[in-house]
Design a protein around this ligand. Structure first.
Ligand code: F6P
Length: 326
C-alpha cells in the first residue's frame, strides 16, 4: 500500500457541538504529519456533488469554541444507493484522496462501511451525535454540551414550576435511546424519568402520583426521552391529566436548542483526542474502524460491530435515579 498523502474530513447526520473542534484536530494533525487535508461540505452530499476544498491550519483557526459544523452537514438519501456511492468514490479518486475521517452517527458509519466495501476507501469514524447512543465509546462528541444545555433549561423550568405548584413534563432529545434522558433526569433532580430502555417507567410515575402526598408536593419535574414508547410529552400530559385531574400539568419540548451552543470543555477535549487519533490511525493503515473513548483510552471498533451492537444503559443509574427521587 502506498503511503497516504491526501485525506478528507466531513461531518454527517445531525450536527453536534464539538464537531468543529474535531475538524480542527483532524486538519492540524494531518498537516503536521505532512498530509494534504481536504474538507467535504454537507457530508456524503458534498462527496457526490464534489463540494470539496483544501484546508489549512489557518482555515480551522478560531473555531474550537463554536457549535454547529463549519463543514455543514446533511442526511443524504442518494448515498444510500450504490449509484450515489460510485459517484462519490469517483470524485474522491479523481482528487487522489486516500483516506477519510467521518464525524457522525450510526447512519454515517453505515455509509462509510459501504464505501470501503464497494470502493476500498479507508475511513475512520468518529462518534459525533448528541444522543451518546454509539457502541464502542463511553461518550460521543456533543453529548456533554447537550445535557448541560438541557439541565440549564430544567433549572429555569423549576422556578416557574415551583411558583405555580405545577408538574412539568420536559421532553429531551434521543431518537432511540435514553442516554440524554437519564443523565438530564439525574442532574436535573427529576421526580421521574421516562426512557425507551425502561419498560416500567410509566408504572413508576403512576406509583409516584398515586400517593396523595406526592400530588400535593409543590411541584415535580418529569424528564421524558423523545424516543420513549409513550410517544412524547403532549400525549403523556393528556394521559396524566385524565388520571390525576387535580394535577396542574404543563409540557415543554426542549428540541433543537440541545444541539446548539458552544461545546463544553469536555466535548472539546473528547473531539480533539478523537480527531488527532483518527489521523494517526489512517497513517498506521487502519481502514474501516470507529474510534471511541473507553475508560479514558482511545479504542478502535470495526464498523460492522459499532453499527450492529447496541450500547446498553447502565441499569444501576435507573435504579439510583428512582431512589433519589423517592
Ligand atoms: O441524532 C441526533 C438527534 O438530535 C436526535 O436526538 C433527534 O431525534 C434527531 O437528531 C432530530 O433530527 P433532525 O434535526 O433531522 O430533526
Amino acid at each position: 500500500m502506498d503511503a497516504m498523502k491526501r485525506i478528507a474530513v466531513f461531518t454527517s447526520g445531525g450536527d453536534a457541538p464539538g464537531m468543529n473542534a474535531c475538524i480542527r484536530a483532524v486538519v492540524r494533525t494531518g498537516v503536521y504529519n505532512g498530509l494534504e487535508v481536504f474538507g467535504i461540505r454537507r457530508g456524503y452530499q458534498g462527496m457526490i456533488d464534489d463540494d470539496i476544498s483544501q484546508m489549512t491550519r489557518r482555515s480551522v483557526a478560531n473555531i474550537i469554541q463554536l457549535g454547529g459544523t463549519m463543514l455543514k452537514t446533511a442526511r443524504c438519501a442518494e448515498f444510500m444507493h450504490p449509484e450515489g456511492r460510485s459517484k462519490a468514490a469517483e470524485n474522491l479518486k479523481k482528487r487522489g484522496i486516500d483516506g477519510l475521517v467521518c464525524i457522525g452517527g450510526n447512519g454515517s458509519y453505515t455509509g462509510a462501511l459501504h464505501l470501503f466495501q464497494e470502493h476500498g476507501i479507508p475511513t475512520i469514524g468518529l462518534p459525533g451525535t448528541i444522543d451518546n447512543d454509539l457502541f464502542g465509546t463511553d461518550f460521543t462528541i456533543g453529548f456533554d454540551t447537550a445535557i448541560n444545555t438541557a439541565v440549564e433549561a430544567i433549572d429555569k423550568i423549576r422556578d416557574t414550576a415551583d411558583s405555580h405548584d405545577r408538574v412539568f413534563l420536559v421532553e429531551v432529545m434521543g431518537r432511540d435511546a435514553g442516554f440524554i434522558g437519564i443523565s438530564v433526569g439525574i442532574s436535573g433532580g427529576a421526580e421521574g424519568i421516562l426512557i425507551p430502555e425502561d419498560a416500567r417507567d410509566l408504572e413508576k410515575i403512576y406509583r409516584f402520583f398515586d400517593r396523595k402526598d406526592r400530588r400535593s408536593k409543590s411541584f415535580s419535574i418529569i424528564v421524558v426521552a423523545e424516543g420513549d414508547e409513550e410517544g412524547g410529552v403532549l400525549q403523556l400530559a393528556h394521559k396524566l391529566s385524565s388520571r390525576y385531574p387535580d394535577l396542574d400539568i404543563r409540557a415543554t419540548i426542549l428540541g433543537h436548542i440541545q444541539r446548539g451552543g458552544s461545546p463544553t470543555a469536555n466535548d472539546r477535549i473528547l473531539a480533539s483526542r478523537l480527531g488527532y487519533s483518527a489521523v494517526l490511525a489512517l497513517l498506521e493503515g487502519q481502514q474501516s474502524q470507529a474510534l471511541g473513548i473507553v475508560n479514558n483510552e482511545v479504542k478502535m471498533t470495526p464498523f460492522e460491530q459499532a453499527i450492529k451492537q447496541q450500547k446498553p444503559i447502565n441499569n444501576s443509574l435507573i435504579r439510583m435515579a428512582e431512589i433519589l427521587a423517592s
